[in-house]
Design a protein around this ligand. Sequence first.
Ligand code: A3P
Length: 345
Amino acid sequence: MLFKQQALLRQKLFVLGSLAIGSLLYLVARVGSLDRLQPLCPIDSRFGLRGQDEIPLRALQFKRGLLHEFRKGNATKEQIRLHNLVQQLPKAIIIGVRKGGTRALLEMLNLHPAVVKASQEIHFFDNDENYAKGIEWYRKKMPFSYSHQITIEKSPAYFITEEVPERIYKMNSSIKLLIIVREPTTRAISDYTQVLEGKERKNKTYYKFEKLAIDPNTCEVNTKYKAVRTSIYTKHLERWLKYFPIEQFHIVDGDRLITEPLPELQLVEKFLNLPPRISQYNLYFNATRGFYCLRFNIVFNKCLAGSKGRIHPEVDTSVITKLRKFFHPFNQKFYQITGRTFNWP
Ligand code: A3P
């Protein structure tokens, strides 16, 4: 009798368990299909994709799955042919500035279904050895994408390297160029912090920031120090303007991208002629990291690597004041040229 009751109970538990698992599976499938219900018209009509509603969504999935495999070289020719995937030269390049937030910008733009990022910094235009390999080598470094998507790469060294503007111009004179900047002194300290960390990792000693940034003989700002030179944005931009009109550049406020990324990304979408598809849903603040992180959908999200958002060493206030005073006239010129004003001190 007792044995019979136990068997009955087991049977009931089995049925209830199956029902629970079934409901869970249904919910997962339902949530997974929610993205598909979003209106995809702006992109579809722009790129003549009406009737193929699922393409932008599939593109997002590829970013997480298939495309990643493709980038690693694991895709078969058959898969590439089946999906009509191509490797395209970039339509836009994030040319700098180092430590301005270039990785965050690239990753955030990659949330857009019409954008596909080149994951690695390719250093094609600033590295003579790479450049000598030719444009086909560069194209082959690009990720696979649908033909209606645009590829974006970032190599911050481009902004400060003499030969780069001419080389990019020769590839595509109408390319769109993105520059993300931060308050110049903060950027210089961030630059120093990165180098310092590298030295510490190798158990090497390094100078204090103050010693590098100020010339001990003159007690003036040391313009030979690379971290200082890189922050003189206007000097570099002026070299680029010999090849490209200012309309081909978009300046991103890197300080605002940290605190309030969405409006900055919306300005970039506009500049790239993309329909607005990145929303607040895609960006959530992670209190532990102290930064915004990326949400692709309910299950897939990520923060930037720990090397982004380092704690800066404390710098003597008199040195900071000196640097800010030094950068001031260059900043004014930069505002004037770009038409974008920042509240830098
Ligand atoms: P710090 O490390 O000085 O804080 P880059 O990618 O060009 O090297 O820039 C790195 C900087 O990106 C970081 O500098 C950090 O402040 C900034 N950043 C902007 N948005 C970020 C984000 N969402 N997560 C992490 N870092 C971000």
